[in-house]
Design a protein around this ligand. Structure first.
Ligand SMILES: Nc1ncnc2c1ncn2[C@@H]1O[C@H](COP(=O)(O)OP(=O)(O)O)[C@@H](O)[C@H]1O
Ligand SMILES: [Mg+2]
Length: 214
């Protein structure tokens, strides 16, 4: 199976791009996939997380940090040696992020289910649509109690963007795992956060399964 490239993009900062990239990578790697991470955000949070991974920790995650036009060649290089390449984007659509969206088999867009976040996400949805790439919105930090308001659900539907069935709660484990260089599936394999991340990983693999002609 050729490598699948998954770009985690969202022009709104703090939506959960880096968290999602790290936890998904750990979940996929734990299932035996060879996973490469590419950090194209100059803030370097994903790089910092990978640096905290315990020495010799298995599964190993290969991380590279790149910027600008180097993104394309680096994605191709990593795709030759891995099953999945996950790219963490900066919160603005400059060169590297556009290249990462263009190269992707799937773009994952984390979003908190609030009106302000939804409105801010439209620019990202438009950018992905302009590149004609498949995407999934992933609702992140979903409040424990109560489902989305009807108005919020309607606004979401109006974007026309497909929403992943799996959602992520607002859980302390998502942050606590990262400080140790781990994903939630490694940090607390039987916890709720891990169950949510495994469900999301499985759903995204299902979306990626039919080979796209590149
Ligand atoms: N599901 C979640 N539950 C709790 N905290 C979260 C969750 N997702 C993200 N966070 C926290 O929100 C903040 C922003 O997340 P981050 O992944 O850095 O977003 P981005 O990369 O989009 O800027 C971080 O402090 C992170 O730990
Ligand atoms: Mg980030």
């Amino acid at each position: 199976m050729p490598a699948r490239i998954v770009t985690i993009a969202q022009q709104k900062g703090g939506a959960g791009k880096t968290s999602l990239t790290a936890h998904l990578a750990a979940a996929f790697a734990g299932q035996g996939h060879r996973v490469a991470l590419i950090d194209i955000d100059p803030q370097g949070s994903l790089t910092a997380w990978a640096g905290l991974r315990p020495a010799g920790f298995d599964p190993h995650l290969n991380l590279s940090t790149v910027s600008g036009w180097r993104t394309g060649p680096e994605v191709e290089r990593q795709a030759r040696e891995h099953d999945l390449v996950l790219i963490d984007c900066p919160p603005h659509g400059e060169t590297a992020a556009k290249l990462a969206v263009r190269a992707a088999d799937l773009i994952v867009v984390p979003m908190q289910p609030s009106p302000l976040d939804l409105w801010a996400t439209r620019a990202t949805i438009d950018l992905i649509a302009a590149e004609k790439r498949p995407l999934r919105l992933v609702l992140n930090r979903v409040p424990a109690r109560g489902s989305l308001s009807e108005a919020m659900a309607r606004e979401l539907a109006e974007t026309g963007a497909p929403i992943a069935d799996a959602t992520l709660g607002n859980r302390q484990a998502f942050a606590a795992a990262l400080v140790e260089g781990l994903g939630v599936t490694e940090y607390e394999p039987r916890g709720q956060a891990a169950a949510e991340m495994n469900a999301l990983a499985a759903e995204l693999l299902g979306v990626l399964a039919p080979a796209r002609k590149r």
